[in-house]
Design a protein around this ligand. Sequence first.
Ligand code: ADP
Length: 369
Amino acid sequence: MNCEHNPIIEASGMEVVLGGQKVLDIPSLKVYPHEALIVIGPNGSGKTTLLLSLALLLKPSAGVLSYKGIPVQNSDMLQLRRRLAVAFQESLLLNSSVLENVTLGLRLRGVKGREVNARAMKWLERFGVAPLAKRQARMLSGGEAKRVSLARAFVLEPEVLFLDEPFSALDSPTRQGLLEDFESVLRETKVTTVMVTHDRNEALVLADRVAVLMKGTISQLGTPEEVFGAPVDEEVAGFVEAGNILHGVVDCQTDGMVSINIKGQKIQAMSGLTCGSEATVFLNYEDVTISLPSPEIIRSSARNQLRGRITRIFPFGYQVKVTIDCGFPLAAVVTRLSGEELGLDEGKEVVASFKATAVKVLPGAKKKA
Ligand code: ADP
């Protein structure tokens, strides 16, 4: 993502009224070329309405929506829609073969001859479903159908890809596998993407920027580090579960327990990621406990015990957020009373402890801001 570029999509003063209620109020939103903008928010916050509006499938009640600087009302809608692709929560596959489902959009766009099948097969392969090309689409499992639906969107080589909860309703391993494949495709193609989800982990893995939608308005927009690390208010903090985002490399793995190297420090976590994999680590502030250095700490059940010095103490609602330099910055929240009892102060040496099971390990490297 490069914010110096002109936005590919720009919404200003955009409002949507449904059933007499204003369900969306977006004073300003810009989507930049090649970024993955992930919109998160609770159910009913307006995510789908925002996606449909940006994808030109729902006409806002007020405001201006521009594509590449040109207001959409001054553009040829059909031409414009052909530059976009949308994949919905339901795979919505037609009752024909997988290959026909994936080639239809190309044929409608006037692509002819061998190129049609070649392009379709390339994307079916990329999503690991090429052997199913001749299968009737209605006979697919939920995970396969979602893969076909993603291939159908990517084959169009859209300027902007819109996705509405593309990984929902899948069991956890299927979802994780698809998420990993999708992440590598996004990284490779760099297609501008707007995706809606209520799943914080998907945002952590995929987002260049995260927009948090609450009651129809964007409460916070920023990098995952900004949104998850420093939520603007308690409502956002409550939804995103504020926490540490760290980046490292898996050192070794034994029976599902990994050691992850973060700036030279090792932390233990549960994950199936293999040695050498890049990992994004998420750790809730609440899951980190702070104690004073003493020999007894060794007997704690927490597998991770890192010594460091407090670099910052900051009010965090009714609690205080304490940042510790453990070789990398690690933050915890403690009650004001605990902070006082422990005599926490900037510069003081402490031990930060957390269980291996509290660490959420996600595949993927640090996003470029
Ligand atoms: P989300 O995707 O975040 O769950 P939606 O965009 O689906 O939220 O819905 C936002 C709000 O708009 C909700 O309160 C929903 O009830 C309302 N809404 C959605 N579609 C309609 C409709 N066709 N008529 C009236 N209200 C609607």
